[in-house]
Design a protein. Structure first.
Length: 379
């Protein structure tokens, strides 16, 4: 009996090791297949994408996964392709300044180049139905940015030099990405493509996007260049992005760095032929003044605050600046109501005996009694 048990145990161990080796081999085989499957514009991009219509595989986030299942009565590794969408089905937005006050035109780096690029792309590609999304600009919207951060319970870490300091320009970029995520959450779009206004798109942009499929069951971001020149977020990535900021409310780096590090889910880079008209960091974000964000109370309900943001009716439009102002005002009202509710709860759970025992008034004893009763009521 001991020898039989030993033999059976060895069989189980051997089988487990074999399965693990097979899974690794299949993973490498799938990756090799995807790598050879497609080239864009006659050359391989950093991350290859295969056309699902041809039965090939796509390594974009959430687009396929391996599963161990019974096939015809035999267990084996199979490739599952869950729900996906082609990027050509995603709404496309240029993140830009819809209206620039005359006194700020000189403040906006290369404004005329950016404005003409957006107008030409919209006029040249009516089939893409490109829209302009009015961003939060630090020189125009700084009070709104501060109020939005405070309303969401966000704060910033102070850096030790220009590269690490979270200045007003970087905070404006963060606010724009937050509002972009809130817009997609509010609209319920499976995906959204956001381009910076200095990005020129190729003539066959729609055809290129049609070749890229993005999964819907896992959080994933597709970027088109090294930084934030162009993003495609799926809806799960929006949820992941918001959850990250709720759990890590102290912002310590620029938003593009955070997204590259996975704060919105797995990220891959795909070459779809876009070109930069302005050099990276040639704008004025890095030269803006240091940011000061008022501290937020520690007991803020961040989950409900983000729900207030996502439910802001002004998100139905395409003006992130106006939507952010409305959201900041609603968040202030929400927190004021929460403070009133907390005070009312304290009054409800207090009694005269807590304060006065017939001889002395003891506020400390009363406070402890109120806290104890409020904790018991929550249970």
């Amino acid at each position: 009996l001991p020898r039989r048990c030993k033999n059976e145990a060895m069989k189980l161990v051997t089988r487990a090791i074999t399965r693990r080796i097979l899974s690794v081999c299949v993973l490498f085989a799938v990756a090799a297949t995807a790598k050879k499957a497609l080239t864009l514009d006659g050359k391989q991009s950093q991350t290859q994408v295969a056309n699902r219509a041809d039965g090939a595989l796509s390594p974009t986030p959430g687009a396929w996964k391996l599963a161990y299942k019974n096939v015809d009565g035999k267990p084996e590794w199979v490739v599952e392709i869950p729900n996906t969408h082609a990027l050509s089905t995603c709404p496309i937005f240029y993140q830009t300044l819809v209206e620039v006050p005359s006194e700020l035109e000189e403040e906006v780096g290369q404004w005329e180049i950016r404005r003409q690029n957006v107008e030409q792309a919209i006029a040249k590609h009516p089939e893409l139905n490109i829209k302009k999304m009015n961003v939060l600009y630090w020189a125009r919207d700084w009070q709104t940015i501060k109020d939005l951060f405070q309303g969401l319970g966000l704060s910033i870490a102070k850096g030790h030099d220009q590269n690490t300091d979270m200045n007003q320009g970087k905070c404006g970029r963060w606010a724009t990405m937050i509002m972009m995520a809130a817009w997609q959450k509010h609209a319920g779009h499976a995906c959204t493509i956001a381009l910076e206004d200095d990005i020129k798109i190729p003539d066959d942009f729609k055809e290129r996007l049609a070749q890229v499929e993005q999964g819907e069951q896992e959080s994933g971001v597709i970027k088109f260049m090294e930084w934030g020149e162009g993003y495609a977020f799926n809806l799960k990535a929006v949820d992941r992005f918001m959850s990250y900021l709720m759990s890590s409310p102290v912002i310590r780096m620029p938003s593009d760095n955070c997204i590259n590090m996975g704060c919105a889910g797995r990220i891959v880079q795909i070459d779809v032929g876009i070109q930069k008209l302005v050099k990276t960091n040639a704008g004025n974000i890095w030269r803006t003044a240091s940011a000061e964000i008022p501290k937020t109370p520690k007991n803020i309900d961040r989950n409900k605050a983000w729900q207030v943001l996502a439910n802001t009716t002004e998100l139905a439009g395409e003006d992130l600046s106006a939507a952010a102002r409305a959201a900041a005002d609603q968040l202030q009202s929400f927190h004021a109501a929460s403070r009133r509710t907390a005070f009312e709860n304290m009054v409800i759970h207090s009694s005269l005996e807590d304060f006065y025992d017939g001889e002395t008034i003891d506020l400390l004893r009363a406070a402890k009694a109120v806290v104890r009763r409020m904790q018991e009521s929550k249970k």
